[in-house]
Design a binder for this molecule. Structure first.
Ligand SMILES: [Zn+2]
Length: 158
């Protein structure tokens, strides 16, 4: 299973749990068996339960009753979503690690995204160098330049 697939599923599960958590969390955290996990999903996440139960009921039961299961809403949602994202093919902990690594990569990408792309210009004023927002950084009226461009790009019939 590719890490991008695990990460994609974690994002999807986070969104789903975000929608149903207010109703689902209490009954889910009180479950005493896998069967009760199935019931909780059927009753409180009816539009999504087939995605999670019965296939992941055992895993869900283990994850929500783990001593390290978070106490607050958002961390609970993320912890459960990330733990399930590998569908039990690796341990919940390994699944969360895969998601965390993908998230870190994603954040690094955002940090280094290009905000403005500039090009190199030779202006009629004599300036040569990188443009500023697509224009000459000397910020003079660019009438002369426009006239020159008109001259250059005017279709000519010979
Ligand atoms: Zn200029």
């Amino acid at each position: 299973m590719r890490s991008s697939e695990v990460y994609g599923r974690a994002r999807n599960y986070r969104m789903i749990f975000g929608q149903v958590w207010d109703k689902l969390s209490e009954p889910l955290l009180k479950t005493t068996s896998e069967a009760e996990v199935v019931q909780a999903f059927e009753a409180h996440a009816p539009q999504y339960h087939r995605e999670f139960v019965p296939s992941l009921a055992r895993l869900i039961f283990e994850v929500v009753h783990h001593p390290k299961f978070p106490k607050r809403r958002e961390p609970q949602i993320n912890y459960l979503a990330d733990s399930l994202a590998a569908l039990g093919r690796v341990t919940p902990k390994r699944s969360r690690e895969i998601v965390a690594q993908a998230l870190a990569k994603e954040r690094a990408k955002l940090k280094h995204r290009v905000l403005r792309r500039e090009f190199y210009i030779e202006c009629t004023c004599g300036y040569e160098g990188p443009a500023y927002k697509g224009k000459c950084p000397r910020r003079h009226p660019d009438k002369a330049k426009n006239e020159l461009l008109d001259f250059i790009y005017q279709p000519r019939i010979f």
